[in-house]
Design a protein around this ligand. Structure first.
Ligand SMILES: *Cc1c(COP(=O)(O)O)cnc(C)c1O
Length: 409
C-alpha cells in the first residue's frame, strides 16, 4: 500500500462526528412571530383575554384534541405535571399502588410518588416494550397502569388493552415519545382512559417546558381542568366538557396550579401543524441509522412491529449479554469520535438516564430479566439538526467501534 492509500485508510477509519446531540432546530419563524404578538399585547396568562379573544392556549388545546381525536384536551406546565394530574383525576391517592415501566424516564415514577402512591415496576422486553406476561402476573397489585411508551417503543396495544379490560386496570398512557405515533391505525394515547404528552425541548414539539393531557371522559377532563388551576374560568376552554360537568366538581377539586401560558402555546401551534413533516424527517434519519447498523456482529437492532407507526426521534440498539467493561469500551471509543451514546446499564445514574433501581423512594424490586436488557441498552438522540449524511457517519462510527471491541474478544 502506498503511503497515500494508507493515510486515506487511516482517515477513513478515524472519521469524527462533530454534531451536537442536544441541539434541536430553532423555533420556526411563524412561531417566533406568534410569540412576539403575545409579547406585544402582554396577555400571557391563559385566562387574560381581550373581549371576544380566544387565547392561544385554548386554541392550542382545541387543535390538539382534533389532532388526536380526543373529546377533551388540556395544556399544562409539563409532561410530568400532566402525568400527576392524570393520576389525581382518575382517583389515585396516598398509599395506592400504580403499575409502571421499569424502563422509563424519572418523571414517570416521580409523578406516581408525587401523589403519595407507590410505583410497582413491570419489566422490559428485548423490543424495549412493557413485558405483557409480567404485567399479567403483577396485574392484581394495582388498579391503575401508567404505561410509558419509552423512547417511542409501542407494545402490542391490542393485547395490552385486553389485559387492562380483563384485569380491571385503568390505563394512563405516557406518550412523551409517541406524539404522532400509532398502533394498528389508532393514535398513540387513544387506548388509555387518559394520555399525557410533553412539549419539553427534547420531545416532538418544543416550548422549553409544557405538556398535554387528553381524555374522552368528561368527569376526568373536568377534574383535570380544575386541578390545573382554572379557578371558575373553565368556560373559557374550547376543548373542555360543558359547564354541567363542573357542577359538583368545582367545589371539591383543589387547584394545583400548573397551567400552560399563551407564550408557549403560541410557539407550539405552528409546530403542531408541522408535526407530520417533522415525523417524516425523523424517520428518514432513523432508517439511515437502522440500515447502517443492521447486521453488525454483536449488535442487535430493536426491530419495529409492522403495526407500529413510530417517531424516530431517538435510536436504541442492544449489546445484549456483553461484559460491562466491553460496553464501557464501546461508549468511550464512540465518545472519542464524537458520538454520544447513553447506556442504561451504568451502575450509577448519569444525566437523564436512570432506571428502576435508581428510584429508591419506590419499594425495592428485583427484575433480573429486565436487568439483563437494561445492561445492554445503548441510546442516542436524533435531533433534526443532523442530516441523513450525519446519521450515516454516526452509524459507520458505531459499527466500527462495536466491531473493534467485539473482535477484540
Ligand atoms: C420527557 C418525559 C416525560 C415528561 O417530562 P417533562 O420534562 O415533565 O415534560 C415523561 N415520560 C418520559 C418517558 C419522558 O421522556
Amino acid at each position: 500500500m502506498t503511503v497515500r492509500a494508507l493515510r486515506s485508510t487511516y482517515w477513513a477509519m478515524t472519521e469524527i462526528f462533530t454534531g451536537n446531540f442536544t441541539q434541536q432546530e430553532p423555533i420556526p419563524d411563524d412561531a417566533i412571530e406568534a410569540a412576539l404578538a403575545v409579547l406585544h399585547h402582554g396577555r400571557l396568562h391563559r385566562y387574560n383575554t381581550a373581549p371576544g379573544e380566544l387565547s392561544e392556549t385554548a386554541l392550542l388545546e382545541q387543535e390538539f384534541a382534533t389532532l388526536t381525536g380526543a373529546a377533551y384536551a388540556l395544556a399544562v406546565a409539563s409532561g410530568g405535571y400532566a402525568l400527576a394530574t392524570a393520576l389525581r383525576a382518575v382517583g389515585v391517592g396516598p398509599g395506592d399502588r400504580v403499575l409502571t415501566n421499569a424502563f422509563t424516564l424519572a418523571p414517570v415514577p416521580g409523578a406516581i410518588a408525587s401523589v403519595g402512591a407507590k410505583p410497582v415496576f413491570v419489566g422490559v422486553t428485548e423490543h424495549l416494550t412493557l413485558d405483557l406476561e409480567e404485567l399479567e402476573r403483577q396485574a392484581d397489585q394495582a388498579d391503575v397502569l401508567m404505561l410509558s411508551h419509552m423512547r417511542g417503543h409501542i407494545c402490542d396495544m391490542d393485547r395490552l388493552a385486553q389485559i387492562c379490560d380483563e384485569r380491571g386496570l385503568t390505563l394512563i398512557e405516557d406518550c412523551a415519545h409517541t406524539m404522532g405515533g400509532s398502533w394498528n391505525g389508532i393514535a398513540s394515547g387513544r387506548h388509555g382512559v387518559v394520555a399525557c404528552y410533553s412539549t419539553q425541548t427534547y420531545k416532538h414539539i418544543n416550548s422549553g417546558e409544557g405538556g398535554f393531557l387528553i381524555t374522552d371522559d368528561a368527569k376526568i377532563a373536568a377534574r383535570a381542568v380544575m386541578l390545573s388551576g382554572s379557578y371558575m374560568l373553565f368556560e373559557r376552554h374550547l376543548a373542555a366538557p360543558p359547564p354541567e360537568a363542573f357542577a359538583e366538581l368545582k367545589y371539591v377539586t383543589p387547584n394545583i396550579s400548573g397551567r400552560m401560558d399563551n407564550l408557549r402555546a403560541a410557539i407550539l401551534r405552528p409546530q403542531l401543524r408541522d408535526l407530520p413533516r417533522q415525523i417524516e424527517r425523523w424517520n428518514e434519519r432513523y432508517r439511515v441509522l437502522e440500515s447502517g447498523l443492521r447486521d453488525t456482529p454483536g449488535l442487535r437492532i430493536v426491530e419495529r412491529h409492522s403495526k407500529e407507526v413510530y417517531v424516530g426521534s431517538s435510536f436504541q440498539f442492544l449489546l445484549l449479554d456483553w461484559e460491562e467493561d466491553k460496553v464501557v469500551d464501546v461508549v468511550t471509543r464512540c465518545a472519542a469520535r464524537g458520538v454520544e451514546l447513553k447506556w442504561f446499564g451504568t451502575p450509577e445514574p448519569h444525566g437523564f438516564t436512570s432506571r428502576y433501581d435508581s428510584w429508591r423512594y419506590a419499594p425495592g424490586q428485583s427484575l433480573p430479566d429486565s436487568d439483563r436488557i437494561l445492561r445492554g441498552i445503548l441510546d442516542l438522540r436524533v435531533p433534526l439538526t443532523f442530516s441523513q449524511e450525519d446519521c450515516a457517519l454516526i452509524a459507520r462510527i458505531v459499527r466500527a467501534e462495536v466491531g473493534a471491541v467485539w473482535q477484540g474478544g
